[in-house]
Design a protein around this ligand. Structure first.
Ligand SMILES: NC(=O)c1ccc[n+]([C@@H]2O[C@H](COP(=O)([O-])OP(=O)(O)OC[C@H]3O[C@@H](n4cnc5c(N)ncnc54)[C@H](OP(=O)(O)O)[C@@H]3O)[C@@H](O)[C@H]2O)c1
Length: 246
């Protein structure tokens, strides 16, 4: 019988990470998933499978990232999904450097440290998927650290792809647009849906399906790039749309 592949997914307690875990568990994967503060929510995943192992880690604390990597030092993964991320609003004038430091640490430094440590042990044909954001392509107004962290994650993806390529380890980023999640029913989220080509926001499961595809041999020639999954949100120019509707 074919042995199952092993995935490490960060941030499986909720949202997109949870959907990715459920998707991969429904396929031929065993999953090691991390959570930070929502232990009870993460543990509900254990009711559905015996193929999941949960580990707690706060990626804003470098010492915890290193402890996690120490725990995983003997493990070989076929897939690493750097999904855990934080979004904070800030004002550049009165900006709190702690927000910058924490956002960069969780969204960029932790994915880099995980890839740096785990990639050399990944067998040929393995994949790293970094969950970026369409915010990585534009300037921000009050979430500057988030946009910068995701733009740098796209760049990290390219560099890791160059390094992993010689061992046939592919590295790809996904840039989701607006994805329905808890607390995402705000007027601005509904406006984003109306503005996009498809007229709706995405579901976490749609990002999970894309991760599944990118981790498969069907995506064997895709590396070093960022795949946009945004329902056409970044395809619409606001003024052009208004002009057409006028
Ligand atoms: N939702 C969207 O519209 C959207 C759009 C573009 C990109 N993204 C990106 O997609 C990824 C997932 O987003 P989401 O909407 O599913 O987020 P979410 O619902 O807020 O979940 C975030 C996940 O990351 C974990 N996490 C947060 N802070 C952490 C920390 N300091 N250390 C370790 N883990 C931490 C959380 O763990 P706990 O719950 O256990 O604390 C949770 O599992 C993020 O990288 C995000 O930037 C999301």
């Amino acid at each position: 019988m074919k042995s199952k592949k092993i995935a490490l997914i960060t941030g499986v307690s909720r949202g997109i990470g949870r959907a990715i875990a459920l998707q991969l568990l429904s396929e031929d994967f065993r999953v090691v998933g991390t959570y930070n503060s929502n232990r009870a929510e993460a543990q509900t995943l254990l009711e559905k499978t015996t193929d999941l192992e949960l580990l707690q880690c706060d990626f804003s604390k470098r010492s915890e990232t290193f402890s996690l990597l120490e725990k995983l030092s003997e493990r070989k993964f076929d897939l690493l999904v750097n999904n855990a991320g934080i979004f904070c609003t800030e004002n550049l004038d009165s900006s709190d450097i702690d927000i910058w430091d924490k956002t960069i640490e969780v969204n960029l430094t932790a994915p880099m440290l995980l890839a740096k440590k785990l990639m050399p042990q990944m067998p040929a044909g393995s994949t790293i998927v970094n969950i970026s954001s369409t915010d990585s392509f534009t300037g921000s107004f009050n979430s500057i650290a988030y946009a910068a962290s995701k733009a740098a994650l796209n760049s990290l993806t390219k560099s890791l792809a160059n390094i992993g390529g010689k061992n046939n380890v592919r590295v790809v980023a996904i840039a989701p647009g607006w994805i329905n999640n808890t607390g995402m029913n705000s007027p601005v989220s509904q406006e984003a849906a109306a503005l996009s080509s498809l007229g709706r926001n995405g579901e976490p499961a749609e990002i999970a399906e894309l991760v599944s595809f990118l981790a498969s041999s069907k995506a064997g020639f895709i590396t070093g790039t960022t795949i946009v999954a945004d329902g056409g949100y970044t395809n619409v120019d606001y003024i052009m749309k208004k002009e057409a509707e006028a």
